[in-house]
Design a protein around this ligand. Structure first.
Ligand SMILES: C[S@@+](CC[C@H](N)C(=O)[O-])C[C@H]1O[C@@H](n2cnc3c(N)ncnc32)[C@H](O)[C@@H]1O
Length: 373
């Protein structure tokens, strides 16, 4: 039997399916290159192209994919919705809308920076945490979804304290007392608050929480102040600048704020810096080059801040209160040991996250005897 003849050899004019596919592929590649070129050279671009939202979304997604950026489509949507001041959903309802030159220029700059690994939340000035929109700047760390577990446990703890629930339901007791706090109010301390994400999320979801939040970095606290204001929590969150507990002198702030015979906080939460020297060197570029070192690095073994918080926490907690710490993926045993060494926490739990990494340490103090009765 004769082998099938090569159509290109027998009839050079007959189109070869393989070749035409190749041709199409080349044309597509050339058109993408052209788009890339025109987008990256805005002057030329604007004369030659009408960029619709759809075209931009597709192109930016592809550009960020090529640069190895995480979640490229979402990133493209966030950048575009920021530049166009549209909700993400509206990008899809206005797919064919042409984008103006001025906005293209802004987008062009942001996309290039995103391609160089600059985090999207810094580029757009905001992020979402615990379903809340929060402002962020390079002065504060970008809140991570993993930290939502700490918020979840904190809210559960506050809601489930039996003695508090009984007073919270009693409207007669809800009249204000000298410092403006109501009976049933629970006092929370958020150390290392950064942009205030933990404090804001707790306050938003537990209306009877009064919170003191501290951070060593003034600029980060300015961002936190913006978030407190944005969520109308100024009357319930007090921001103080300083080293861990230093700005909270028990005889001053806590006594003024906590009208309870057992002075102290009901709950201390803290997501401190916890990256070790070795880990710091190996951080991804988008973290190491952009997020503040003071928010990440905590000494040779990454435990410096835990040691200092755990050593002092007991004196700032009521007898039946708790300390909750976010911890690094393998820091559970070391943090547990630090907590045990204090002898102040009979109940210690290390909880893992969805990825099976150590994520939070929960340490509860002795229950009050009158509560047992
Ligand atoms: C890991 S970030 C956490 C920020 C925020 N709580 C969150 O969960 O996204 C740690 C924060 O601790 C602050 N910090 C570092 N050392 C501190 C110290 N000695 N005292 C108070 N805050 C400190 C940093 O400025 C940074 O805002």
């Amino acid at each position: 039997m004769k082998p099938p003849s090569d159509p290109q050899k027998t009839n050079p004019n007959k189109p070869c399916p393989e070749r035409s596919r190749m041709g199409q592929f080349q044309i597509q590649r050339l058109s993408k290159l052209f788009l890339a070129f025109t987008f990256l050279c805005p002057g030329y671009n604007l004369a030659m192209q009408t960029w619709t939202i759809q075209k931009l979304l597709n192109w930016v997604t592809e550009y960020l994919t090529g640069k190895g950026i995480d979640s490229p489509r979402l990133s493209a949507e966030l950048l575009l919705s920021h530049v166009l001041a549209l909700k993400r959903i509206d990008l899809y309802t206005q797919f064919d809308k042409p984008v103006a030159k001025q906005q293209l220029d802004i987008l062009h700059d942001l996309v290039k920076r995103a391609g160089e690994q600059e985090p999207i939340p810094y580029l757009v000035g905001k992020t979402e945490f615990y379903s809340l929109e929060l402002n962020v700047t390079p002065d504060c760390m970008i809140p991570r979804p993993e930290t939502e577990l700490l918020v979840e446990r904190a809210i559960e703890f506050l809601r489930n304290r039996p003695d508090r629930n009984s007073t919270m339901g009693n409207t007669l007791q809800k009249e204000s007392i000298s410092n403006g706090a109501r009976p049933g109010t629970q006092f929370v301390c958020d150390l290392c608050t950064g942009c205030g994400c933990i404090a804001v999320a707790i306050a938003k979801n537990y209306p009877d929480a009064r919170i003191i939040a501290t951070d060593i970095c003034d600029a980060a606290l300015a961002v936190a102040a913006g978030n407190v204001e944005k969520h109308q929590l100024k009357d319930r969150i007090t921001l103080l600048c300083g080293d861990l507990f230093d700005p909270i002198v028990p005889q001053l702030d806590v006594d003024k704020l906590v009208p309870d015979s057992a002075r102290g906080f009901d709950l201390i939460v803290c997501n401190p810096p916890y990256v070790s020297t070795a880990e710091y060197e190996n951080l991804d570029k988008n973290v190491k080059d952009y997020e503040p070192k003071v928010a990440l690095f905590a000494g040779v073994d990454g435990l410096d801040i835990y040691r200092r918080v755990i050593e002092k926490a007991d004196q700032f907690l009521k007898p039946d209160a708790a300390l909750m710490l976010e911890i690094g993926y393998a820091q559970g045993p070391a943090v547990r040991e630090l907590l045990e060494q204090t002898g102040a926490f009979p109940e210690i739990k290390i909880e893992k996250d969805l990825h099976n990494n150590d994520r939070i340490a929960i340490a509860k103090k002795q229950k009050r005897l009158d509560m047992e009765r």
